[in-house]
Design a protein. Structure first.
Length: 387
């Protein structure tokens, strides 16, 4: 296990009927807030009304920006920054899933900055200060509710970039599993896939050699997500199942699983970000295509970790690690198909002729993330396995 510093100051309020606490919690951050949310789903399922009622009761004035899309874009963030500055808000409240929370984080960082917010994502400027952020989570998967990461797409350059900073961590996040009862089946599955991807990135791309504590944590979370996703699709309003998915997604990317792993890499996310940026593919759908392809490539490079993961998660008898890795990939593909996720570029309506373009698009992020081994030929080789 490598040396590590674990710092996570996000207060999690988890459980049934907890959304009503958001007003009093937000009031501690400011008396005038910018509320960020997506489409009309939070109004249709009643969450918007609950949040507004709680904020009003706590005496919090609310300015709104809505319309945040599934792959958050720079345009909306710039609009939010201008609105927050003009209204002199003191805090930001995100009501939604990872895209909404990431947009809110970018707004929090951009408001006090003296330069354009995209400079952070280009690695040209560092985040020094932010507005405080509160969250009401409505879709499980990204883990953004308890970490300092954010992802944003520049629609003009078709670049999707991800960065992290501890100052981006939400001060408080409300996690009520009931808020996810009405999440559609496809996005329920996409959230589960995102969680699995986070775990696999850490599990297979770590620096430390001996990490039994982290291994068992990640294996257990993965097993829980795989089972809970299938059950949630059959029984979407089962509270305990939704609770499992929600908390697993948070645990996968809140720093605990990664503690002691040393330097880690996120190559699957690197490749998927190009699919999202270029073709507006839902993040989880893109990952469902990339994960098996990357794992099959990795099974040829370093089969030990891939084989071990599937031995423990799927109960494959111990044996030749490469054979078990390939068997595990087949079982993972079967699960992805059971939860009705795409598993090929064809299912995403992306022709193989686009692979060089996808690989080229990923190179700036590979440089930012210091994934030097992921050159254009390597990325293309992996992408050709997505067919």
């Amino acid at each position: 296990m490598e040396n590590f510093v674990l710092e996570n100051h996000t207060k999690i309020i988890f459980g049934q009927d907890t959304i009503g606490q958001i007003g009093s919690e937000t009031a501690l951050l400011g008396k005038k807030v910018l509320m960020v949310y997506g489409g009309g789903s939070c109004k249709e399922n009643g969450i918007y009304r609950l949040v507004q009622k709680s904020l009003s009761k706590a005496g919090v004035a609310v300015i709104e920006i809505s319309g945040i899309c599934a792959n958050p874009v720079l345009k909306h963030v710039r609009e939010g920054i201008a609105l927050a500055r003009g209204e002199k808000v003191e805090a930001v409240l995100a009501v939604g899933g990872g895209s909404v929370i990431d947009s809110a984080k970018a707004i929090c960082a951009g408001v006090p900055a003296e330069h354009d917010v995209w400079q952070f994502f280009r690695g040209k400027k560092g985040i020094r200060t932010t507005l405080p952020l509160a969250c009401v989570l409505t879709i499980a998967g990204s883990g953004s509710e308890m970490n300092g990461g954010m992802v944003l797409t520049n629609e003009e350059s078709a670049r999707k970039m991800g960065i992290g900073n501890k100052r981006l961590q939400p001060v408080v996040s409300i996690l009520d599993p009931g808020a996810t009862f009405t999440v559609p089946p496809d996005y329920t599955a996409y959230g589960a896939v995102d969680t699995i991807a986070h775990l696999l990135e850490f599990y297979c791309n770590k620096e430390a050699r001996q990490t039994p504590v982290q291994d068992r944590l990640m294996e257990g979370v993965a097993q829980t997500v795989i089972a809970a996703c299938e059950k949630a699709l059959l029984e979407p309003t089962d509270y305990d199942t939704r609770a499992d998915l929600m908390w697993c997604a948070t645990l996968a990317l809140n720093g605990w699983a990664a503690a002691g792993l040393g330097r880690v890499g996120f190559p699957m996310h690197l490749i998927e970000h190009s699919l999202s940026a270029l073709y507006n593919v839902p993040h989880g759908a893109g990952l469902a295509v990339v994960i098996p392809a990357w794992l099959s490539w990795q099974a040829e490079q370093q089969p030990e970790r891939v084989g071990l993961f599937f031995e423990r998660v799927f109960g494959i008898p111990e044996g030749d690690k490469k054979d078990n890795a390939l068997q595990g990939i087949d079982q993972l593909l079967a699960w992805l198909r059971r939860v009705q996720c795409p598993t090929s570029l064809t299912e995403l309506s992306i022709p193989a002729s686009e692979i060089p373009k996808i690989a080229e698009n990923a190179l700036p992020l590979a440089k930012l993330w210091r994934l030097r081994d992921y050159t254009q030929p390597v990325i293309e080789e992996i992408m050709h396995r997505c067919r």
